[in-house]
Write a protein of this length. Structure first.
Length: 192
């Protein structure tokens, strides 16, 4: 069995054809067979940024992520990442990253409140997800969080300790008085 006519062409012609293709077509061609996958170089972040202003990317609502260097749908970005300086053709578009990269690489810290598609979300301090609730609502409604809080309040704190859910620390009642740690009274922590 002979290879398809396209594969019988010399590699120089393949490269010329590939150079004429738009980014999305190069990616599709690369996924047709192992030969093209090894021949076609993966797109760079700059190529993604240049292509995100094309009618194809705009109509599919795609934006470039600097973290995972790929197109992601606009719902995968916070509103701040899609507007202003980080909008398409924005001065800082090259710094835009998706929510997944922000969480995975700890660019969003627990407790961070962001807006996605006009809805407020808080990165839960316990389960590290954006459940779409405020921090207080997350502690009350997020099932894994509420279980953790119940465990901590029921079993882990002895009679000499108290748990403060505001900052996720257990304090010994002997050393935590009136909102200050006893070392603050004894001069270990200097006043600044």
């Amino acid at each position: 069995m002979f290879p398809p006519p396209l594969l019988r062409l010399p590699i120089e012609l393949h490269r010329d054809i590939i150079d004429k293709l738009e980014l999305q077509d190069r990616v599709r061609l690369a996924h047709t067979c192992r030969y093209f996958l090894s021949t076609i170089k993966p797109p760079t972040h700059g190529e993604f940024l240049a292509t995100e202003t094309s009618p194809w990317a705009v109509s599919n609502q795609l934006y470039t992520c600097r973290g995972c260097v790929r197109f992601r749908h606009l719902r995968r970005f916070t509103d701040d990442m899609r507007k202003g300086k980080r909008a398409r053709r924005g001065v800082e578009a090259h710094t835009r990253f998706c929510v997944d990269c922000g969480v995975d690489r700890q660019w969003y810290t627990p407790g961070t409140e962001v807006t996605i598609m006009g809805q407020s979300h808080v990165l839960c301090m316990h389960c590290k997800n954006f459940p779409g609730l405020t921090q207080k609502e997350c502690l009350e409604e997020c099932l894994p969080c509420s279980r953790d809080i119940q465990k901590m309040s029921a079993g882990s704190c002895t009679s000499d300790e108290q748990y403060d859910s505001e900052d996720d620390w257990g304090y010994s009642t002997r050393s935590f008085v009136g909102g200050k740690h006893s070392d603050e009274f004894n001069g270990v922590y200097p006043d600044i």
